[in-house]
Design a protein around this ligand. Structure first.
Ligand SMILES: *Cc1c(COP(=O)(O)O)cnc(C)c1O
Length: 365
């Protein structure tokens, strides 16, 4: 009755992964990152599924936060890049959002705003990634200015972001931690300020990065941020299964080519299965010949160019289980990690998940 292409989302796996993040740092609060439509999984459904466990959520911009408010998510929501324009400060107050403060204009907008409640602020320091945040030597002044403002809640979180935590042998992470600790403003109350460092990779592999708050994103969706096996990451359960079905099968002689541009030519008599998924569904157009696709549970090579709505797969080797119309094809999921497909396509799983368009129905289980 309908096109077989869908992303099946396993909310039990999502909760398992959140529980793993919590258990790795029992003294930290764990804020799920649900930016970019929860890395393609559906921000409203993901936030709703975690609402009884999560103290707050993280998104990239106020539009993403308001979409969650409209869906009755009531936790505080952290805007990871803070405000883009000064008028967002009063909107943030109205919607109970927390603001990252990463630069002087953002800070000035908070000080100048006419607020009736104090707003919670996370103050970013640049410990080496050189993308956002105050320079370490400017942090104390920024902190004092926020502390002195009647617009700002007393509990300020000082935070930074890692550039290389997914590289288990890179000393940059330890250096960033040391820079962070040295830059912290001295406060009369030794419990202040609160701090936050860890993303998924740090939660899984850098226990020395544990602070008051941690910010898992990719790991919640059940995939490893590392290129090699890692004991904690190996416990993650993939949340998305991206599925479709075979809609045509044919036999072609050796020497015939398949697809646009005829960029793959059969070296032997071959069985070719056409699957109803393409770049219009977020399957990467630049996936090369040989990219793995599961047909009837067996890894088969993609052959020929990816079309908008279809791909072609060499199923010749399925001798005992001939592919036929209606058979299931899995593009990525628990039995075929999105990282493996991404590696074949010279990108990362983050991108493949995040850019999946609305055209692909998400089915929640
Ligand atoms: C997206 C993001 C995270 C989560 O990163 P993952 O690698 O997906 O865990 C953490 N912190 C900030 C500031 C982010 O923008």
């Amino acid at each position: 009755m309908s096109r077989p292409t869908a992303a099946i989302i396993d909310l039990q796996a999502l909760r398992h992964n959140y529980g793993l993040a919590e258990s790795l740092a029992p003294n930290s609060q764990t804020i799920p990152m649900v930016k970019a439509n929860a890395y393609g999984h559906g921000a409203i459904e993901v936030a709703t599924a975690l609402a009884s466990m999560a103290p707050a959520f993280g998104v990239a911009c106020i539009e993403e936060a308001i979409a969650l408010r409209d869906a009755n998510i009531s936790q505080p929501i952290l805007l990871l890049e803070g405000t883009f324009t000064a008028d967002e400060v009063t909107q943030a107050e109205h919607h109970n959002l927390w603001l990252m403060v990463e630069n002087q204009p953002q800070l000035d907008a908070i000080l100048a705003a006419d607020l009736s409640h104090q707003i919670k602020v996370w103050l970013g320091v640049d410990t080496g990634m050189h993308r956002l945040g105050f320079q370490p030597e400017d942090l104390a002044a920024a902190y004092s200015a926020l502390k002195a403002s009647r617009n700002v809640h007393d509990e300020i979180v000082v935070t930074s972001h890692f550039a290389c935590a997914d590289d288990l042998n890179n000393s940059a992470t330890s250096q960033q931690i040391a820079t962070f600790d040295n830059s912290l403003p001295r406060d009369s109350d030794p419990a202040m300020p609160m701090t936050s460092l860890a993303n998924s990779a740090a939660i899984l592999a850098w226990p020395e990065a544990q602070r008051d708050w941690q910010r898992p994103g990719y790991m919640l969706y059940g995939n490893s941020p590392f290129a090699e096996p890692q004991a904690n990451a190996d416990q993650l359960q993939p949340v998305m299964s991206f599925e479709s079905a075979v809609i045509s099968v044919r036999e072609i002689p050796a020497g015939d080519s398949v697809g646009y541009g005829a960029n793959w030519t059969a070296q032997r008599q071959s069985h070719i299965a056409t699957v109803a998924v393409g770049y219009g569904d977020g399957y990467p157009r630049h996936a090369p010949n040989g990219t793995p696709v599961l047909v009837n549970g067996v890894k088969c090579p993609l052959v020929g160019r990816v079309s908008m709505d279809m791909i072609t797969v060499d199923v010749t080797d399925l001798v005992n289980n001939r592919a036929k119309i209606g058979d299931r094809a899995i593009l990525w999921g628990p039995a075929l990690p999105v990282n493996e497909v991404a590696a074949a396509c010279n990108t990362i799983g983050y991108e493949l998940l995040t850019r999946m368009p609305d055209r692909v129905p998400r089915i929640y289980r």
